[in-house]
Ligand binder design. Structure first.
Ligand SMILES: Cc1cc2nc3c(=O)[nH]c(=O)nc-3n(C[C@H](O)[C@H](O)[C@H](O)COP(=O)(O)OP(=O)(O)OC[C@H]3O[C@@H](n4cnc5c(N)ncnc54)[C@H](O)[C@@H]3O)c2cc1C
Length: 406
């Protein structure tokens, strides 16, 4: 039996480890187009970028681990073709691999804005370890003018790290509030206040027109004004890497469509991580999640599914961020949170609280900010689906765990 894993991120690395943990002793090949062994990305905008954490916090396992576990890890190798009928993967170097099962864990790639100057040297995106190294080489000197286009998670995290490294940071956002798409306007304001307080020039409701510069980017024109820049970072989201799956004729809709066992529309082809739009049996719709925990847990589930186990991926999406002195965890079903009411428990101004999204009396999302050891309970509350009393929820003197089954 031969299992092929395409991708070199957390989903791929976790799937390979799970195969061995589950006692599978057949062949495993990982095809990863980056030079590094599989790695995780969250530190790239935080501790690793800041120089506080080394590459050991990024790389999941050293190369020897793959050798010791009989896994054929082929880095700097791109899969360019997938033939589900023939059970074959073709490689850019002309190689061909036959598989019994294949996992597509190809992740996502940064989007770019189609504006003049976007192709200039000095305009960066942050996705890969090498991107973080290059950005770090500039930011760690301090005193640079960093202009970030987009106030999503990556933009805000890099903004915080760059500021802490002593750089001037301007963030340009089209929407009125940063992070509003992820946490809503009210919670987005919490992040705005934090960044402004820490000296970030955060400009919202602005329209970025073009990037200026000759040999390299030296400014961003926004609403007619040029903001000077030494570095321009595009943080305008990511798109799932579906090209291989599309060419193979798999069903695609905002990622590769899978069932709850992460099986795609083609036999023996599975998908996990950022690239998968998996059917979630609890909320009975497809859900694509671009988060660390999703890649980790879906990688495990996909491996077990490929071994023929009866599994279902039912995680509540979980995300975390660290910006300046704010640490946050968020669990919830984004599509259900969009229309829910927001209940805040704790001190929003002091940035120490838990926020809940409540829909029809049931909790569908929860975010703890600088409050720790509660996210498991938040998840249990969401999972229970029980009706909650919003006054109790708001009242920090009532233990959260006490609301379970209330
Ligand atoms: C800077 C940064 C910070 C982040 N911070 C957080 C955070 O704080 N919290 C959180 O929850 N999430 C965070 N995330 C998101 C999280 O890292 C992703 O959800 C996660 O990386 C997804 O893992 P993955 O394995 O699905 O894909 P990826 O990590 O994208 O890995 C996919 C890999 O497959 C390779 N590949 C693609 N196509 C092919 C091919 N045809 N052949 C061979 N190889 C191929 C890609 O080059 C890539 O190396 C962050 C992401 C970034 C970029």
């Amino acid at each position: 039996m031969h299992i092929v894993i395409i991708g070199g991120g957390l989903a791929a690395g976790t799937a390979a480890k799970t195969l061995r943990d589950e006692g599978y002793d057949g062949d495993v090949t990982i095809i990863a187009d980056e030079v590094h062994p599989p790695y995780q990305r969250p530190p790239l905008s935080k501790g690793y970028l800041a120089g506080k954490e080394g590459s050991d916090k990024v790389i999941l396992r050293p190369r020897e681990w793959y050798v010791d576990h009989g896994i054929d890890l082929r880095t700097s190798t791109e899969a360019v073709g997938l033939d589900p009928a023939d059970h074959a993967v073709t490689l850019a170097d002309g190689g061909l691999l036959r598989y019994d099962s294949v996992l597509l864990a190809t992740g996502s790639s940064p989007r770019s804005l189609p504006i003049a100057g976007a192709e200039l040297p000095g305009v960066r995106t942050l996705r890969r370890l090498d991107d973080s190294d290059e950005l770090a080489a500039q930011l760690r000197e301090g005193g640079k003018r960093l202009v970030i286009i987009g106030s999503g998670w990556i933009g805000m995290e890099v903004g915080a790290t760059a500021r802490e490294l002593g750089n001037d940071v301007t963030v340009l956002e089209r929407d009125p509030v940063p992070l509003a798409a992820a946490v809503g306007a009210e919670m987005g304001e919490v992040f705005r206040a934090l960044h402004v307080e820490k000296g970030v020039d955060l400009r919202t409701s602005v329209s970025v027109e073009r990037i200026t510069g000759k040999a390299s980017a030296d400014g961003v024109v926004v609403d007619g004004e040029t903001v000077p820049a030494d570095i321009v970072l595009m943080g305008v989201g990511a798109a799932p890497n579906t090209a291989l799956a599309e060419r193979a004729g798999l069903r695609i809709d905002n990622g590769i469509l899978t069932d709850s066992a992460l099986r795609t529309s083609a036999p023996d082809v599975y998908a996990a991580g950022d690239v998968a739009n998996a059917y979630h049996p609890v909320i009975q719709r497809h859900l694509r999640s671009e988060h660390w925990a999703n890649a980790l847990h879906a990688g495990r589930v996909a491996a077990r599914a490929m071994l023929g186990q009866r599994v279902s991926f039912t995680d509540i999406p979980y995300f975390y961020t660290d910006q300046f002195d704010l640490g946050m965890e968020l669990s919830g079903y984004a599509p259900l949170m969009a229309d829910a009411d927001l209940i805040v428990r704790g001190d929003r101004d002091a940035r120490e609280f838990v926020a809940f999204w409540v829909d029809g009396g049931r909790i569908v999302g929860g975010m703890n900010v600088n409050v720790w050891d509660v996210n498991k309970t938040v998840q249990a509350l969401i999972r229970s689906g029980s009706l909650v009393d919003v006054d109790d929820l708001r009242d920090p003197s009532i233990p959260l765990a006490g609301l379970l089954g209330a």
